[in-house]
Design a protein around this ligand. Structure first.
Ligand SMILES: *Cc1c(COP(=O)(O)O)cnc(C)c1O
Length: 455
């Protein structure tokens, strides 16, 4: 007979003292993978729980992670990699920052979820508002996807209009309405739209070229009275890194004000990254609504959206736009968030991060120029992407001109030498406060060798 159920939990085991974590130390020689990737694929779709992790865009099999500390991530056999993925952004302080771990340990002792409000949520909301003066009121959710999905809903509710406008190559999570010309995973797989998204729904989403304002102006002139919101990644990070062109964001603000369309900044990557107050602080442009995630939760599932009071007050329980979440404002996630933002709020680390990133990117760029390798390195603060194309990359179309096969070779050379870059051309590299000068020197050295190897 097959065993259908686990042994019933006894009363005494419910009262057990918490278990010690297993010893992580294993000698490299004896460490073994618990499963093969093939086995993983029999149980999890593609062996993973988020598509880019499967390495499909670069080929080969992904490594499975055992732990991470500072700038390093360790696979299940104990091999260390210098990490430039950093969980796709949250770990701006490095993996396992002591202040974050301390906060989490303290929080977990008090309970993991309550379904009733805590003062922590209020405290974190205050920190978010301190960072983002455009935000009067906040709602916490559990992911960036949820944040954007809900911000769009409240914008539609507020304006009474149906259509939404976004930009090609900007990714706003995987909700139905936003899987139209999205970057990230769908750029990686060359799927313009996902199956399972009804055309009628996608038909309400208009996608325009990034970094151009004339198409927006033209569209608004014709049908602004049907458009609820304009959604933009103010620093685009999901077609590889593409910074906004001079004046792009300011002009969008101006057009949206003129046509009374809600301007939504998706700062899920750029929030607390471009500056403490995100891209809106860096570029001096105030959106009506802002979406946050990634750094906000310090590695725990946490997102938020917020903005002008008259819009946010349309949300339930105050207003008529429904939005809810069993785990929203989760005490572990908010504790992590408070620890993160408390570390970041002085704004000191941003200058260092920028300098450090330049110290990697500039010499690499010069090296490529000298050798006449056709690459572009886009950079903004602590974010960068190496594109394999001779033309400047300023939008989705130019990003897609990159030679992805060459990127794959670059990626694998780095990986073999202990450096983990994103397993796709259409993502950005994240530099953290934990990357030290020796890490940067090593990365530069190996990246130079990689370029020599593949050209
Ligand atoms: C990551 C990301 C999202 C989605 O966040 P999830 O937490 O993965 O749902 C949305 N927008 C942008 C700009 C992102 O980078």
């Amino acid at each position: 007979m097959t065993k259908m159920f686990a042994k019933p939990t006894t009363r005494s085991s419910l009262n057990e003292r918490p278990a010690r974590p297993p010893k992580a130390k294993q000698s490299r020689a004896t460490a073994r993978d618990k499963y093969s990737f093939k086995e993983a694929c029999r149980h999890l779709v593609g062996g993973v729980n988020s598509p880019v992790r499967a390495f499909k865009a670069v080929g080969g099999e992904p490594f499975f992670v055992s732990r991470a500390r500072g700038s390093k991530i360790f696979d299940s056999r104990g091999k260390a990699y210098l990490d430039y993925v950093m969980s796709w952004g949250p770990h701006i302080l490095g993996h396992g920052h002591p202040a974050v771990i301390r906060a989490l340990k303290k929080a977990v002792e008090c309970g993991t979820s309550f379904g009733a409000p805590t003062w922590q949520e209020v405290e974190l909301a205050c920190l978010v508002k301190e960072a983002f003066p455009s935000i009067d009121k906040v709602r916490f959710v559990s992911s960036g996807t949820e944040a954007v999905m809900s911000a769009v809903r409240v914008a539609r509710g507020f304006t009474g209009r149906k259509k939404i406008v976004k930009f090609n190559g900007c990714y706003h999570g995987h909700s139905d309405a936003l899987l139209v010309k999205a970057g990230s995973g769908s750029a990686t797989f060359g799927i313009p739209d996902s199956k399972g998204v009804p055309e009628e729904l996608a038909g309400l989403t208009v996608s325009l070229p990034y970094n151009q304002t004339e198409p927006v102006e033209k569209l608004f002139r014709q049908e602004a009275n049907q458009i609820a919101c304009l959604l933009v990644e103010p620093v685009a990070g999901n077609m590889g890194l593409v910074p906004p062109a001079e004046g792009f964001l300011k002009t969008l603000r101006e057009i949206c004000t003129r046509y009374r369309v809600a301007l939504i900044f998706d700062e899920v990557i750029s929030g607390f990254r471009a500056a403490f107050g995100g891209a809106q602080e860096l570029f001096g442009v105030k959106p009506d609504l802002t979406c946050l995630g990634k750094i906000l939760g310090g590695g725990l599932p946490l997102g938020a959206f917020g903005g002008r009071e008259e819009i946010m007050n349309r949300l339930s329980p105050e207003g008529d736009v429904y939005q809810a979440g069993t785990l929203s404002g989760n005490p572990l996630a908010t504790a992590c968030g408070i620890a993160m933002l408390t570390k970041l709020r002085s704004g000191k680390i941003y200058k260092d991060l920028k300098k450090k990133t330049s110290s990697l990117v500039e010499p690499l760029r010069n090296f490529a120029r000298q050798k006449k390798y056709p690459i572009q390195i886009n950079v903004s603060g602590s974010l960068f992407t190496v594109f394999f194309t001779p033309e400047p990359v300023c939008d989705y179309q130019s990003a897609k001109s990159s030679d992805t096969a060459r990127y794959a070779k670059f990626f694998h050379f780095l990986l073999k030498n202990g450096i983990f870059f994103p397993p796709s051309q259409f993502e950005c590299c994240f530099v953290s406060a934990a990357h030290n000068p020796a890490d940067i020197r090593k990365t530069l050295d190996i990246a130079r060798k990689a370029l020599q190897e593949i050209f």
